[in-house]
Design a protein around this ligand. Structure first.
Ligand code: PMP
Length: 386
């Protein structure tokens, strides 16, 4: 019998569509072949216009963490004050990156994992003393919490318009509502999440104000991730700074083509509907959601084992894997208490049904008393309502 790969339901990488894999598999040409330069140019134009950016988009080889580093060093100067809002593991990672850069960093943490720092808390903190840059994580992948970004940006525009805003959109961009004209200065992501390409590219959108801030700053100690080095390449893709990841750029072009075909607004709606269906199905099986419903992310779900249920985390996730779906462990504070599911990018009804079915079979095979089909019937109904 053919043994298929398990579904990739971790919060990145996400399932990569055949056409994106094919784009990656094309015969490599030089980055300065006119055909490559033209494809790269249209990618940058698409990213800039789709997300209504008045500056430029950057596509640079590297992971999301590189994009985080690139995002902050270009808009915060040495000794400047940076306020990081952390809802979990990746927020703390951003605070660590900032502290290493010798910015005066404060880490405003959510009350606990599964909650979000509130807009009022940010307002109060920024009113207390002067900060130069605010950093937030749009979707915190460790807890499945969505930061209320639209509300935050409306407060920032009216109360703290001089503070630059950097957003880690690694687990949100391409799946969750957002446009640069909300007033964000740097938005960042990477290829392997909601865009549904393989890992390998960092992607950033910088506002005109962010580019001006960089221009006003001295030479950076970081060379590879300097906006000033890459901006000429993004404006004229025939130019060179570091060799662009030719095949990944093709893959990303195809990922963006798929997004344009679906339509951004449709894609945002689909992510919310799928997330709701997954949470309801998991509840019907008996799991407890890790994030409060009003801040539960459209792209990542943390499901906790019910109290005293005796679930053994490692063997349960192993059983789900054997039944055909790769789900992720919870890091940090939630380690062993539940599991995480990534539901981002190019997924569909077949994937959702198979995911829930794998989880149900893993429960039954592991001896947990659940009603077979309890989650599946919820999922079917939800899918029929979409
Ligand atoms: N930020 C968030 C919110 C993430 O989920 C991740 C990756 N899971 C990162 C940053 C880091 O990205 P990478 O692993 O590609 O370096």
């Amino acid at each position: 019998m053919i043994k298929r790969n398990p579904l990739v339901m971790v919060p990145g990488p996400t399932p990569v569509a055949r056409s994106i894999q094919d784009a990656m598999g094309r015969e490599t040409i030089s980055y300065n072949d006119p055909r490559m330069a033209a494809d790269f140019k249209s990618l940058i134009e698409d990213l800039t216009s789709l997300w209504r950016c008045d500056g430029i988009a950057f596509v640079v080889a590297g992971s999301g963490t590189m994009a985080m580093e690139m995002g902050i060093v270009n808009v915060a100067d040495e000794g400047e004050r940076v306020l990081v809002c952390s809802n979990g593991f990746f927020g703390d990672r951003y605070a660590d990156i900032c502290a290493r850069k010798h910015f005066e960093t404060e880490n405003l943490k959510s009350a606990k994992w599964g909650k979000s720092v509130t807009v009022d808390e940010v307002d109060a903190k920024l009113s207390e003393k002067k900060f130069d840059v605010l950093v937030v994580t749009h979707v915190e992948t460790s807890t499945g919490v969505e930061f209320p970004l639209r509300e935050l940006m409306s407060m920032m525009r009216s109360e703290h318009p001089d503070v630059l805003v950097v957003v880690d959109g690694v687990a949100s961009m391409g799946g969750v509502e957002f446009y640069m004209d909300w007033g964000v200065d740097v938005m960042l992501t990477c290829s392997q999440k909601c865009f549904g390409a393989a890992p390998g590219l960092g992607v950033l959108w910088a506002s005109r104000r962010a580019l001006e801030k960089r221009e006003s700053m001295p030479l950076l100690t970081e060379a590879y991730i300097d906006f000033e080095r890459w901006a000429p390449v993004m404006r004229d893709t025939n130019r060179y700074w570091g060799t662009p990841a030719v095949n990944m750029i093709w893959a990303f072009c195809e990922a963006v083509r798929i997004i344009k075909e679906e339509g951004l607004e449709n894609r945002f709606k689909r992510h919310r509907a799928y997330a709701d269906a997954i949470r309801e199905s998991l509840r019907a099986i008996g799991f407890v959601m890790g994030a409060d419903e009003d801040i539960a992310a459209p792209t990542v779900t943390v499901a906790l084992y019910p109290e005293n249920s005796g679930f053994d985390d490692v063997s349960f996730r192993g059983a789900v894997y054997d039944e055909g779906a790769h789900i992720a462990a919870c890091p940090g504070n939630l380690s062993g208490a539940g599991f995480r599911i990534g539901h981002m990018g190019n997924i569909d009804a077949h994937i959702l049904i198979s995911l829930v079915a794998s989880i149900e079979r893993a429960c039954l095979k592991s001896g947990y008393k659940i009603e077979p089909g309890a989650g599946l019937s919820v999922m079917q109904r939800k899918l029929m309502d979409m």
